[in-house]
Ligand binder design. Structure first.
Ligand code: URA
Ligand code: CA
Length: 441
């Protein structure tokens, strides 16, 4: 196989065959194709795209580059949940114990946050003692025993993605729909769950800002899952403003606990109910979405979802006392509230600016391998459309130093705009893409 010829054909907009794609990925992972050739290939894909067949072939080749987790020992139907990444996306911490308390078996392999987006593993690592790396045996045994487990993606799964993603990151080729779809789906397929709920974020704080492109990505991922014998449902959800109120690792754990206690922001609750109802349908627990949501609401009200969270923290070695006493979570030394001296409505919150601000405070990492500070971040007083009473905080900044604090307070002021007039709220869930019958473009 001549690599320059493959690059040229993709550059000129031709489609490549399954064998060609497989050979390219295999050779790359073996170190037989240098990064400069792969970089040129990725840029050609960025501009020319890939057909659904090519993307499915790329996904399969990536899956075959490593091991695949075997979840058959769990028994029953396993469900995974994945988000394409956003700002203050606390969903997993609430949704997983909630769905598990309703009888869903949740098997999630998760990544760390990069840039302005947060990662679930970093949030869980804010819980003292919490183990984010489980062996496959521990992972499956825990799902059997308590109905859920979350672990870092094993490096043995999809080694091709680790290398390709690092190369995309430094060659401006991350934002390509077939490359995102194959990256996400290869990991989900290798991680082994039968059913997959995908939360595709759209807006300023997401990888994809444009609703039509997000929909294209969503449809493509559902098809790739189907071709791999898995069932996936995609939700397009709003990431123009942060989700819920908290942005930052320990702050989001505290937000998750409040939400599981029935005191969460309605937008975060609504998203968890929508995704949870779909997980119940996919798991064969409850097919009717309205009834599923009723069951989930009861699990929140009865405290069973919170108890499942406690059980989960304990199972992974975390300090379960944080559930009743969140002050045991890491706390930042410098805290300042931004107040309004009149009653106001929140008109806009720029998720990207807020995410960058939280990352600069230390909640995120600029490079893979950087450490994060679990304690820092921002807690908003509300979402767009919420009213903030005079003297109540519009936002509270948690920082590691006085300098960080004053810089962040200024940035948060610029990221948030307020209005004296009433402003309509915006829903978190934009659309749902499920099953083959919703296709046909
Ligand atoms: N998340 C991934 O895992 N891969 C991408 O390419 C983008 C988001
Ligand atoms: Ca949040």
């Amino acid at each position: 196989m001549r690599i320059p010829e493959l690059i040229r054909r993709k550059r000129d907009g031709e489609s490549l065959g399954e064998r060609e794609i497989e050979e390219l990925i295999t050779a790359y992972v073996r170190g037989e194709v240098p990064d400069y050739q792969m970089a040129a290939f990725l840029m050609a894909v960025y501009f020319r795209g890939m057909t659904e067949e090519e993307t499915a072939a790329l996904t399969r080749a990536m899956v075959r580059s490593g091991e695949q987790a075997d979840l058959r020992t769990v028994g029953g139907v396993t469900v995974d949940k994945h988000s394409t990444g956003g700002v203050g996306d606390t969903t997993t911490l609430v949704l997983l114990p909630l769905a598990a308390s309703a009888g869903v078996r949740v098997a999630k392999m998760s990544g760390r946050g990069l840039g302005f987006t947060g990662g679930t593993l970093d949030k869980l690592a804010a819980i003292p003692g919490f183990r984010t790396e489980l062996s496959v045996a521990e992972f499956t045994a825990q799902i059997r025993r308590i109905g859920l487990a979350v672990t870092g993606q094993s490096p043995a799964l999809v080694p091709a993605d680790g290398r390709l993603y690092a190369l995309r990151d430094v060659t401006a080729t991350v934002e390509s729909i077939p490359l995102i779809a194959s990256s996400v789906m290869s990991k989900k397929i290798a991680a082994g769950a039968d059913k997959i709920v995908l939360d595709v974020k759209v807006g300023r704080g997401a990888l994809i800002r444009d609703r039509d492109r997000a929909e294209e990505l969503g449809r493509l991922m559902v098809q790739i899952a189907r071709r791999a014998g898995r069932e996936a449902t995609v939700f397009l959800t709003d990431m123009d403003q942060p989700l819920g109120l908290a942005v930052g690792n320990a702050l989001e754990v505290a937000e998750a606990i409040r939400t599981l206690q029935g005191r969460g922001h309605p937008a975060l609750v609504e998203l968890c109910l929508e995704l949870g109802a779909e997980m119940m349908r996919l798991a064969g627990v409850e097919a009717d979405p309205d009834r599923a949501k009723e069951i989930l609401l009861k699990k929140l009200e009865s405290g069973e979802a919170l108890e499942k969270f406690r059980e989960w923290v304990r199972a992974q070695g975390g300090d379960e006392r944080i559930v009743d006493d969140p002050s045991r979570l890491p706390a930042a030394p410098f805290v300042q509230a931004i107040q309004s001296d009149v009653d106001v409505y929140i008109r806009d919150v720029d998720a990207l600016r807020l995410g960058r601000c939280a990352a600069k405070l230390g909640a995120g990492r600029q490079r893979k391998g950087d450490a994060v500070d679990p304690s820092v971040g921002i807690v908003m007083g509300g979402r767009v459309g919420d009213r903030i009473e005079r003297g109540r905080p519009v936002a509270v900044v948690h920082a590691a130093s006085r300098e960080d604090l004053s810089a962040a307070v200024e940035e948060v002021r610029q990221a948030v705009s307020l209005s004296r007039e009433k402003v309509p709220g915006r829903p978190a869930v934009i659309a749902r893409i499920a099953g083959v019958d919703t296709f046909g473009r």
